[in-house]
Structures are given as structure tokens and as C-alpha cells.
Design a protein around this ligand. Sequence first.
Ligand SMILES: *[C@@H]1O[C@H](CO)[C@@H](O)[C@H](O)[C@H]1NC(C)=O
Ligand SMILES: *[C@@H]1O[C@H](CO)[C@@H](O)[C@H](O)[C@H]1NC(C)=O
Length: 633
Amino acid sequence: MRLPASFNLSPLASAAAVVTLLAAPAHAFYLPGSAPHDYSYNDNVDVYVNTLTPMLNATLRSLISHDYYDDRLHFCQPDGGPVKQAESLGSIVFGDRILSSPFEAHMLKNESCVTVCRSTVPAVDAKFINNLIREDYGLNFIIDGLPSSEMKVDSKSGETFLDASGFSLGDASDVDHPMLNNHYDIWIQYHKRNDQQSRVVGVMVYPKSIDSAVEGDNTPNCYVRDKHLYLSETEDTQFWYTYSVFFIESEVPWGLRWDHYLHVFDPRIHWFSLINSLVIVGFLLFMVSMVLIRTVSKDIHRYNAIDLAEDVQEDYGWKLVHGEVFRSPERPMLLSVATGTGAHLICMCIVTLIFALFGFLSPSSRGSLTTVLLICWTLFACAGGYVSARVFASLGGEDWKPNIVLTAVCFPTIVFSIVGLLNLFLVTASASGAVPFGTILAILLLWFLMSVPLSVGGYFYGMKHGGFSQPVRVNQIPRQIPPVQWYLKPVAAAILGGILPFGAAFVELYFVLSSLFGNRAYYAFGFLFLTFAVVVLTTATVTVLFVYFILCSEEYRWHWRAFLVGGGSAFWVFVYGIWYYASRLQFTGVTSTVLYFGYLFLFAILDFLVGGAIGYVASYFAIRRLYASIRVD
Ligand SMILES: *[C@@H]1O[C@H](CO)[C@@H](O)[C@H](O)[C@H]1NC(C)=O
Ligand SMILES: *[C@@H]1O[C@H](CO)[C@@H](O)[C@H](O)[C@H]1NC(C)=O
């Protein structure tokens, strides 16, 4: 079964299609763009253009993408103006704007030096374009669903692969005199199915800068050598845009055409990352077995062995606070909302990763990762409501009405506010990465028509189950809390506790950041999934350990501390982001910097909520088990 065609049409239609999608069984996932197209001789092969994006070449100089038909760029337009192509919701959110182009290719017909148009760039816009060249901007063509790419050789493994992050707008080796590429050699690899029909299996574009204008002649000459095109920043520059098309036979069958793109850079680094994570987990498991198994079982044994009549030996350690551990913490409302939101996000991540792992997020359907993330975010609102309700009830919260509302709207509102502000910033920078109004409306509809009702439904279901029973009673009068060591104070504990989960993930995080900001697709989902599993395990264990130490020092206000320690890795993620910014990125504009830190902040919040929820839930069940096993008079 295929997704309904409307899925691909407009943001609003995709919102509607999501509803249809729910009815479709998950195994029948077949996203648009993945069906093969057979071309006969001379059939039109459409060439589409996408936004201009900065390329990640040693460093990244900008985060802003620009529309191909931006007035300042003066690219040639097709007759009758460019036509917008259908895109999925995720594709638009991720910044794709795919339009028709004046380039024409006909199956199996080689053509060289075809004129597109004569373009005139005024001095003001030349400055703009030259700056884009200096910032390593790349053009993105899309032919038969394949991104234009350059054939590259992995310097480490020696394998050839296709780098799909575009081809350069120009060459700024000489920073003072950047050259503009005004000629494109388009190489289309085809695979013959039979005598008549062929399929496209690879697209490469090699741009050139050629001063092809011939004086007194009305046609360009693309064969000029060593004369490059420079845009003057003091007067108008007139020049030709030209292209050539070559069809090359390829042995690669259609079904394997993406394999060249799915190049995992140096898999050894991913393995190194994984082994690093496993060592950390091994270390932790050792620690836990030491502390929990030996100490705790000894504790339990001793507590239970004391003859009650003697009462010589006083209680000590965590047993002392048995009458306090289940005392309701400050702000139970906020804690339950945060834990519910964390659970919501965890479900979203796990299901998306599973989809990716099984290859459902094929790169041939652009933006499918973002689309699936959005769908999962909408659907798992019910998990958020359920968890929030049960946590709130367990904490003895009674005022459930505001809790329902906060669970459903609090976190999305924060995310929308941040993204909205960033969007506003992009609009003022007149870049096309800004999400269009229709798409925003579609997402709002998804939120209010599906996510909110699901969250409320989940909440009521959770309320029916009520809170968890508590193995020990809470004392009437709270105990005095002795001062604790510095490393058990909330902030210090969070920063310390975050080191290990972060340490287990930071190598993989580097790749995720590079692909996220470098406009390069990320394919190592197997590694990512394992890393995620390790991080969840590490977070849970570290938090339980910290909570144990906290209780041993007779500090019984563990609820928020558990959440903070669990979410502590967010601090390191943010620090890491700052390091990445300082060492790997060289933004020339303020807008890119603001965008970067905006998204980094958002990412850190997500990490905090996910880690916090894991830490809190793990500690809660550990404590319940711990105190259920002792004898309290
Ligand atoms: C990438 O950077 C290297 C050196 O920093 C430079 O030689 C090369 O031309 C650049 N490539 C592109 C496509 O800009
Ligand atoms: C097109 O040109 C390329 C490169 O010169 C050549 O290898 C190929 O055979 C040509 N294809 C056709 C159909 O003429």
C-alpha cells in the first residue's frame, strides 16, 4: 500500500493524510518518491532546483539557506516562471523548497554548451553573491528524486562515494576575487532495463566558471580555457549561463542507486564510539553491583536482623529516612508535567529510531525523518498524559485540572515560542529556511486537533490507574536534614551525574551535529540506536546511584534531585555545542550564530527532559523496591 497521494501535496493535506496514515498498518509504509520511473529515448528528464545551502567543507560559515529564485541571485528562470513542486511536511520543515528549472535533459541525448539565458548582475547584488561564494554556498539540483552530487574519494578508505551536499556556487580560493560558476556539466548515470527503457541511477554536477561571452557574437563559447568569470562589485556584469548534459551507462540497478550516497565516513570512529560507550556501561555496572548488591543487601540484612527489643543499635543511613522518602516534593505539578513530557519524547525517539533502523526512512523520500518525528510527536502525546497523570497521583497531587492543561500545552508552547522567534529572525534575514505560514498552520492543527486530545485521553486513562502504592508510611513531622557533602548538592550532582551519559554519547553526537548543521544526511542509525540504548541505561544507573548516596546522607528530598541528575547531560551537551561552535564553525553573520544557539538550546532542553524523566522514573522504582524490602516497625 502507498501513502495517499495527498500526503505529498501541501502541508494542510499532509495534516489530513496523517489521520489517514493512522489507519494504515505500519508495515505498509511506502513513502512517495520511491517508485521507479522508466524513460524512453528522448523523454524529458526533469531537473528541479532546491535552496542554496552552505556546504560543510572543513568548516561551516553559515546556517541560512536561500531560495534559488531569490531576486538578488539572478539565476535564469524557466518560461512562465518557476513552479513549486509537491513536498511532504517534513521536507518543508527541514528547509527544502523544490522548484522547476530552465534546464532540460532528454534521455540518452548528450548535449553540450546549451544556453540558458543571459544574466545581468548589478554591483549591489554582485557583493551579495560574492559573499555567498566566500561562505561556501552550494547549489542543489534534484533529478529523478536524486540530489546532485560530486563524486568524491574517502581519503581514509579509498572508496568512491557521492557527496550529496550540493556543488559549489563558485570558487573563493582567491578571497578577493571569487569566481562564479556559470556553467554546469550535468552527468546523469542511467541503467538500461531493456532496448527501449532506462532508469536514472546517479546524478553528478560539475560546475565551472567560464567567461564564455564572445565579443560581437550572440552565443556563448563554453570551451574557453583559463578565462574565468568574476562579478564586478562596481558595475553591472553581463554573462551567460550554460550547461551540458551527458548520459553515462551504469551497471548499478535502480534498487541500489542510493547505496553510493549512503556512505558512512570512517565506520571505525563509530565503532570506537560504541566501544567507548560500552566501557562506560561496564564500569557503571561494576559500580552498581558493588554498591547495590553488596552494600544494600548487607544493609537490609542488618536492619532486619536487629532484635527490636534490644534497640541498642540505632537506625542509620537510608533507613533513617523511611518515613520521609515518599513525602511529596515541592512543585509536584511541574515535576509530573516534566516527567510526562520526557516520557512523551522518549517514546517519540525510540519509535523514530526503530523506523530508521529498519530502513523505512529511505533518503529517496525527502524529509521522511522529520515527517515521522512529527507524527510520533503527535501520537505519543497520550504517553505523556498517561505518565503525567500517574506521577501526579503518586505524588499525592489533587488539582488535576490544571495538570491536564499544562501537560498538553506547556512543552509545545515553549518549543513553538523558540522556533517562532528563530523563524522571525530568519524572515528578517530574508532567507528561505523560514517555515512558511501554511506549514505552521498545519503543525498547529496537528497539535490542537490530535496531540492535545490524545494527551487528555492518556491523562484520563492514567488517572483511572491512579498513583503507585507506597511501601512505607510518611511521618507526620518532617525530619531535620543534616548538611550534605558539596557533590550531593543539586547543581553539583547534576553536573557530575551528567558526565557519564554524555561521555557515552559524545562521539556519535559529533556526527549528528555535523549532519544536522552541515546539510548532510545521517545514515548510521544502527550506531545511533545502540548509543541511545547505552545512554538510557547509563542515565538510569547513574541517577539511582546518586539517589542512593543522597538518601544515605539523610537528605530525603530526592525527587527533584533525581530529575536534575538524570538531565545533567544537557549541561555537557550545551558545553559541547559551544566547543563545536568555537572549533568547527566560522559564521560570518549574526543570524547564523543566533540560529545555532537557539537550536542548541532547544536540543539541550529536549535532552534535559528525556534524561530527567529516565532518571526520575528509574529512581522511583528503585526506591520503592528498596524500602519495600526492609522491615519498619
Ligand atoms: C574545501 O576547502 C579546501 C581547503 O580548505 C579547499 O581546497 C577546497 O577547494 C574547498 N572545496 C570546496 C568545494 O569549496
Ligand atoms: C555522452 O557522453 C559521454 C561522455 O563523453 C559518453 O561517455 C557517452 O557514451 C555519451 N552518451 C551518448 C548516449 O552518446
